[in-house]
Design a protein around this ligand. Structure first.
Ligand SMILES: C[S@@+](CC[C@H](N)C(=O)[O-])C[C@H]1O[C@@H](n2cnc3c(N)ncnc32)[C@H](O)[C@@H]1O
Length: 288
């Protein structure tokens, strides 16, 4: 557990940027700020509210709340892992805005808050790491006051572009075997990263008791060209500290030699060519 905990803050601070150049890092940071603002705008925050950022990590949403409201709200930094909370505390100590901030080490499946406590529950890219989304929604519903909002941003990874959609069958050995494997692990109902869609989130939120649920799905198609090194990183960078890399997923099906050969064929087929990669995201608002 401790190991994962340490790794989560390391992943947020370093690993997720490891295959990017400075421009890409800056673009990603700008995109994160944009997402943060979309969630906070959607939440219609007001003075004197009690607000929690669940799965706060290094505090993207919670620090955004503090920037907007300073000491006029109660903000709870909450994460399953103490390591992430320590990271946020360090930043807060530096900026001397500690008085109205609270820290809560808590799993979203068992939130250590009383019923009807919060005005707003917020998450960004947290559900995607929780297998049982319905139970998490039931917990958000329980800790929110009547009329309170749950607002979130989540990537819908199951609907992102897959390798086999970028490749031509005659340019890659064993194309159909790799396609079958990729389809299987991208549609695995036990994998929190991919076991949901916008529709299933909508159903789960209603089932958890939320009365007014709005999910705005956005599809982005980015055109870019990747180097061989960047393509290798798609396979070997972990999507989260406790999750297998793409290469490791393929290794569940094939010998390493075959997977390495596939990776180098993908590199040859795609490097320095313009490719279009689509990604789905959901902006969620649900009212208790
Ligand atoms: C991708 S990070 C997002 C961090 C932050 N919300 C952000 O937008 O930068 C996912 C976060 O969810 C936390 N997390 C994962 N599973 C959790 C759970 N079951 N309960 C609470 N937090 C969890 C991790 O510790 C991590 O900080």
């Amino acid at each position: 557990m401790n190991n994962i905990c340490k790794n989560w803050s390391t992943w947020l601070k370093k690993t997720r940027f490891s295959y990017m150049n400075d421009t890409q890092i800056q673009q990603t940071l700008n995109w994160l700020l944009l997402i943060r603002d979309k969630v906070l705008d959607l939440a219609e925050l007001k003075d004197n509210q009690k607000i929690a950022d669940f799965g706060c990590g290094t505090g993207l949403l919670a620090f955004g709340v503090l920037e907007r409201f300073e000491d006029k709200v109660e903000i709870i930094f909450s994460d399953k892992f103490q390591d992430c909370l320590d990271e946020c505390k360090k930043i807060l100590t530096n900026s001397n805005t500690l008085n109205n901030a609270k820290f809560l080490q808590s799993d979203v499946l068992d939130i250590k808050l009383e019923n009807n406590y919060l005005d707003r529950a917020l998450t960004r890219s947290v559900l995607v790491h929780v297998k049982d989304k319905l139970s998490a929604f039931s917990e958000f519903h329980r800790v929110l006051k009547e009329g309170g909002y749950y607002c979130a941003f989540e990537p819908i990874i199951s609907q992102n572009t897959r390798y086999y959609e970028l490749l031509l069958p005659d340019k890659v050995s064993d194309y159909f075997e790799f396609k079958k494997a990729e389809k299987e692990f991208m549609e695995n109902p036990d994998d929190p990263l991919v076991n949901f869609s916008a529709e299933s989130l909508d159903n789960d939120l209603s089932q958890a008791g939320f009365s007014d649920v709005k999910i705005n799905v956005e599809l982005t198609a980015s055109k870019y060209s990747a180097t061989k090194e960047a393509i290798l990183n798609w396979f070997i960078s972990p999507p989260a500290p406790d999750q297998k890399t793409m290469k490791e997923r393929f290794l569940d099906y094939f010998e390493e030699k075959k997977v390495d050969n596939f990776i180098s064929e993908v590199q040859n087929a795609l490097s320095d060519k313009e490719i279009i990669v689509k990604a789905n995201t959901a902006l969620i608002k649900a009212i208790k």
